[in-house]
Design a protein around this ligand. Sequence first.
Ligand SMILES: Nc1nc2c(ncn2[C@@H]2O[C@H](COP(=O)(O)OP(=O)(O)OP(=O)(O)O)[C@@H](O)[C@H]2O)c(=O)[nH]1
Ligand SMILES: [Zn+2]
Length: 340
Amino acid sequence: MSPREYDESDARVRPARSTRPRSKDRPSHSTAISALVTGVDRGRQTCVTDEGVIITAMRARELGPKSVVVGDRVSIVGDVTGDEGSLARIVSVNERRNSLSRTVDDAAQVERTIVANVDQLVIVVAALNPEPRRGLIDRFLVSAFTEGITPKLVVTKTDLGVVPEFLAEYAKLDVEILHTAIKSDSREKDLEALHQMLSGKISVLVGHSGVGKSTLINALVPDADRLTGDVNEATGRGRHTSSSAVALALDTHDGWIIDTPGIRAFGLSHIDVSRIVDAFTDLSLVAATCLSNCSHAESSCKLDAWAAPNGVVDPERAARLSSLRSLLSVKDQAVFVPED
Ligand SMILES: Nc1nc2c(ncn2[C@@H]2O[C@H](COP(=O)(O)OP(=O)(O)OP(=O)(O)O)[C@@H](O)[C@H]2O)c(=O)[nH]1
Ligand SMILES: [Zn+2]
């Protein structure tokens, strides 16, 4: 294309109504610094540089309608001192390697991205009170596998009762499962195991209200001060009313946990079966030999032959396949239930 040819950037230049410089004449921001967005609240982004400087920034006009969410890597210019009252500008947002969204309306037509660039989706369920539900876990797993995010399962309150057997089946999908009882003698040991799971990673924690997510976060990030059911009863203070995500640095400074209050499931505008199968090398190799439109639930599916080589059922493979099919049968459209 010749440089004189009309292109999209010409189309974006506004009519010359003011003396504002045209977008292509703006400085190139060669002095911009890179930072991680850790919080978004009423038009202000909290950003942390690689050196640990905390900067409050607003979106620069040139970003246009592009959203900025927790987990985004951004370039910022202006007052980047991080001094009290200072305000910098976000001039660009790096391409996201993955993202999680929530549905905005009941018809689940509109999705809003709430977090980006995460390594792990940590699904928190309680052994008891509230009882874990397969449907919710499956939905979270589908979100994770679809986005190429590694899912993990943390079972809390194991001091209260026996862990339901079905949870162990998720190991068949290579999901690491950790049992914890932070309110018991095993606290120290459990926290160490959690640290190991979270170290060096950006992890999003999700779970139904009351599973003990805030208790976990407060134990991992001592100054996090997340409201727990305990505090609530003691002080009469309300629960979190905000549903915006926030990233908290682990006390060991080698990872981030992102709390997503008010989010019980992520949006799935549609379930991409192939992306889920692709998360498992062995299964995707077999699935590649299926008919091109195979839903992997039909009788001609090659995965059945794989699970029963020469007609003899391989219990390990059969269990893995059945777990996979359970995910593939999760209905399109996620539920988003705001917490009260
Ligand atoms: N016995 C026992 N109780 C726990 C454990 N972890 C958390 N709890 C209790 O469970 C209740 C709920 O814990 P929270 O941390 O507030 O739960 P949450 O998931 O953050 O709930 P929301 O704030 O509603 O999202 C509190 O009374 C905690 O003390 C545990 O390992 N064992
Ligand atoms: Zn198939």
